[in-house]
Design a protein around this ligand. Structure first.
Ligand SMILES: [Zn+2]
Ligand SMILES: [Zn+2]
Length: 374
């Protein structure tokens, strides 16, 4: 298929976005693309709407996996490409349409020339944006058939020159999680607050104390208050319940896990001193994306051989990627591909994946596949 047809595919995907958990029509399009390529194995409904296609070599060898994401975002697109999202309030503003197209292009290369040894798995995961998809894929019993020796993924990066490879040893992107702390007391008449249990003081203390907890850690970590709620707008009533929501992030998985425990301990202590009930719920959890040194060597050799400009980040990115969970379960490598200094940032309403990156992405991924599997 000529490059122009892959560009058409990318633009069709852009026009018909589906958000996390709803990616069935997108999965259909990907499936029909791969049916023509006759992979050696196809897996559907993997962890939800996920798909995997396997191209096998004749000889035994390593199994490597490349990952793309199926989901778009619940944001209205305000840019005006001719292939603008046809779905009100939903759009591909993270470039997952482009990432999918790159993996489709890689599929064509592998279909026309099978790997010599081992297997190459092309994975399309659902629900990346909510941090649920990777977990569902890894928990699906069908994943056992494609458990890789190495996993690779890229993300396009606005703000970096077009085609520039952005790499990092060790942690590439932070892990993060949302945490909601629900406090339950007892309402009372506002004239007799002492007859109830009002969570106001505890909430105020938590807001002051919790963001300071990362100071106890050696490496970067951050606790950000994102939402707080207390009682209701009833002037005759002393509040009986409240909640506080935080986003916690860290560059090291142990720090992230430790920080969650510290917050729970501290919040439970304050709640019990005030005789409040307390409940915690974690939402949108992303593991730290950690680059394996061997996978890094393979990928970086291919990037260098293509003569691409490389920038090595001194600090990891503070945002998180669902790919982090793969990197916690097998040797993995995530890198960035610059989408232009003037490209709107990811998730901005005018963002649009630059089609020029399709060929670059395919060349890097094919390089890695040939390096490992011939
Ligand atoms: Zn995103
Ligand atoms: Zn993304």
């Amino acid at each position: 298929m000529p490059l122009s047809e892959l560009i058409n595919l990318r633009q069709l995907l852009h026009q018909t976005p589906e958000i996390a958990g709803e990616e069935s029509a997108t999965a259909e399009k990907i499936l029909s693309f791969f049916t023509n390529l006759k992979p050696d194995q196809s897996i559907q409904n993997l962890g939800g709407n996920g798909l995997a296609f396997v191209f096998k070599g004749e000889n035994p060898g390593k199994r490597i996996l490349f990952r793309a994401e199926l989901d778009a975002l619940p944001i209205q697109e305000t840019g005006e490409p001719s292939y603008k999202s046809m779905t009100e309030g939903k759009a591909h503003l993270c470039g997952h349409d482009g990432h999918m197209t790159i993996i489709c292009g890689l599929g064509e290369k592998l279909a026309s020339q099978r790997p010599q040894h081992g297997e190459v798995v092309l994975l399309f995961q659902p629900a990346e944006e909510t941090g649920e998809g990777a977990r569902r894929i890894l928990d699906d019993p069908k994943f056992e058939q494609i458990k890789p020796d190495f996993a690779f993924a890229l993300h396009n990066l606005p703000g970096f020159p077009l085609h520039q490879a952005v790499i990092r040893k060790g942690t590439f992107a932070a892990g993060s999680t949302g945490l909601t702390i629900a406090l339950t007391g007892k309402t009372a008449h506002a004239a007799h607050p002492d007859a109830g249990v009002n969570p106001a003081q505890a909430t105020a203390r938590l807001i002051q104390i919790l963001p300071k907890l990362p100071e106890k850690l050696k490496n970067f970590a951050l606790v950000t208050v994102i939402h707080a709620e207390l009682g209701s707008l009833a002037f005759g009533t002393s509040a009986g319940r409240g909640s506080l929501s935080l986003t916690i992030r860290a560059f090291d998985q142990k720090d992230l896990d430790g920080l969650i425990e510290m917050i729970k301990t501290e919040a439970s202590r304050i709640a019990s001193a005030e005789k409040l009930g307390i409940e915690f719920s974690l939402v949108e959890s992303f593991a730290v994306s950690k680059n394996d040194p061997n996978a890094a060597e393979i990928a970086e050799k291919c990037i260098e051989e293509l003569g691409l400009e490389i920038v090595e980040k001194t600090e990891p990115f503070r945002w998180s990627e669902d790919f982090g969970l793969f990197s916690q379960s097998c040797p993995a490598y995530l890198f960035g591909l610059g989408s232009g200094e003037n490209c709107p940032q990811l998730h901005e309403p005018t963002y649009d994946f630059p089609d020029e990156l399709i060929e670059t992405g395919i060349r890097i991924f094919e390089g890695i596949a040939r390096e490992v599997n011939g």
